[in-house]
Design a protein. Structure first.
Length: 117
């Protein structure tokens, strides 16, 4: 089992920045990658960014490219999402996701990001 705890959400004005953190605990030794998804009211959960835990390669949704940066701290088993130039459409609950080499996927409880226009 892997437990994921997100933090860093909050209220920010459009154009502002937030940094989300996700701390993993438990059986993290078999982690293949971690990432962030988001879900806005009335919409489906969508992919935001991911990072491979060993090599560090990253991928982003087109909607956040150039504005968001995902990074990791292996020693702390923590993944970060730096969000800059936030737009009202970025408002959502952001969920941390972890997948291990066995294909098991884990989710955090989410952190709310609100962007005022």
């Amino acid at each position: 089992q892997v437990q994921l705890v997100e933090s860093g959400g909050g209220l920010v004005q459009a154009g502002g920045s937030l940094r989300l953190s996700c701390a993993a605990s438990g059986r993290t030794f078999s982690t293949y990658g971690m990432g962030w998804y988001r879900q806005a009211p009335g919409k489906e959960r969508e992919f935001v960014a991911r990072i491979d835990w060993s090599g560090g390669s990253v991928a982003y949704a087109d909607s956040v490219k150039g504005r968001f940066t995902i990074s990791k701290d292996n020693a702390r088993s923590t993944v970060y999402l730096q969000m800059n130039s936030l737009l009202p459409e970025d408002a959502a609950i952001y969920y941390c996701n972890c997948i291990n080499y066995g294909g098991m996927r884990y989710w955090g409880n989410g952190t709310l990001v609100t962007v005022s226009s």
